[in-house]
Design a protein around this ligand. Structure first.
Ligand SMILES: [Zn+2]
Length: 346
């Protein structure tokens, strides 16, 4: 890729970003554990002083290091080919191919292939196929033609399935946030993403909570009277879209419904946040003005802090006047990475 060799600083920066584009260009040796990894390894980052970079797996092994079992750094090229082949097969198929079929075609076991595919795309093959179909349905709907044509063209077996999978996806409505969630059923899951462990929770109206490094207990504290249900089939379809949006925020997520409740001014601020184009940032003063009260800069800051749905209400797009990143509830690393992905169009 690059003509000149990478500097150690560039390599380390790629490791910190878990940048898949650098997989295959070098491996990260961790001298304290005797393991070497691909740059994008999802394992906890080693300390910089324990790291030595090697151009190839064989050089790392010559230095006495063993390949990480989690990221299999020796399989980069093979994995990439296999994932690309599977993506092509999914795109070409009328019905989404079974995981076992995709795996076998590339000589992997189903569980291993699921892991490899997910590491590369952020989605399982089944979720990828679903996201692809929804993407096609949306794209087709914006062109000419009837809704039914668009649905069939996107590969849905019947119109009713499309409505089942996409109904209720619009707008901000409020319910679960009133009265501790009394009467609301909230489906939730904690998933591993390239930004870390992520909690997603949703009512039948939309996503009511998205946060990092939280679990059921924290959710229970916010909705003490709601009926919390882990997982669920309809929820899984929504979860797929949420994960895809977090992994690739530049693709937009206006289609994902939210269930949030704030004061009128807070909701106006959240709406203003949703209107910031990916790749751009605003200051609190600009958000306050967009929400209709240019003087309420501090209130805009507090609306930002009270945002319950990270990423999808993109409070990470607000920075301080002068360009300082400001704060972020889940740490500046995540904020920086989200902004980087949006700016890069990822
Ligand atoms: Zn690793």
């Amino acid at each position: 890729m690059t003509e000149r060799p990478l500097t150690d600083d560039e390599a380390w920066a790629a490791v910190l970003r878990r940048d898949r584009a650098f997989d295959g260009q070098f491996v990260t040796g961790v001298l304290s554990t005797g393991i070497y990894c691909r740059p994008s390894c999802a394992a906890r980052h080693p300390r910089r002083e324990n790291v030595q970079f090697f151009a190839t797996p064989s050089e790392a092994e010559a230095a006495g290091l063993r390949a990480c079992k989690r990221c299999s750094p020796k399989d980069v090229a093979r994995d990439e080919r296999a994932v690309l082949a599977a993506i092509a097969a999914i795109k070409a198929a009328e019905e989404p191919p079974a995981l076992a079929e995709l795996a076998e075609a590339e000589g992997y076991s189903p569980t291993h292939f699921q892991r490899v595919f997910t590491r590369h795309t952020g989605l399982s093959p089944a979720a990828y196929a679903r996201a692809l179909r929804e993407e096609r349905a949306r794209a087709a709907l914006s062109d000419e033609g009837t809704v039914t044509d668009a649905i069939y063209a996107a590969g849905y077996s019947a119109p009713s399935r499309f409505y089942d999978e996409t109904k209720g996806r619009l707008g901000m409505t409020a319910s679960a946030w009133a009265n501790g969630g009394k009467g609301a059923t909230i489906h939730w899951a904690v998933v591993d993403t390239t930004l870390g462990s992520m909690l997603v929770a949703a009512t039948d109206k939309g996503v009511c909570r998205l946060s990092f490094d939280e679990g059921e207990e924290a959710l229970r504290a916010r909705f003490p009277k709601a009926d919390l249900v882990e997982g669920g089939e309809a929820f899984a379809a929504l979860l797929t879209q949420v994960v895809a949006s977090v992994e690739a925020p530049a693709n937009g997520f206006a289609h994902i419904p939210l269930d949030v409740k704030g004061t009128a001014f807070q909701e106006a601020c959240w709406k203003a946040l949703r209107e910031i184009p990916a790749g751009e940032t605003r200051t609190y003063a600009q958000i306050a003005a967009a929400a209709g009260n240019p003087k309420a800069v501090r209130a805009a800051g507090s609306a930002n802090a009270r945002n319950n749905v990270a990423v999808l209400i993109p409070c990470h797009r607000v920075i301080r006047t002068g360009g300082d990143l400001g704060g972020y509830a889940y740490g500046l690393d995540i904020k920086r990475e989200l902004l980087r992905r949006e700016e890069a169009g990822d």
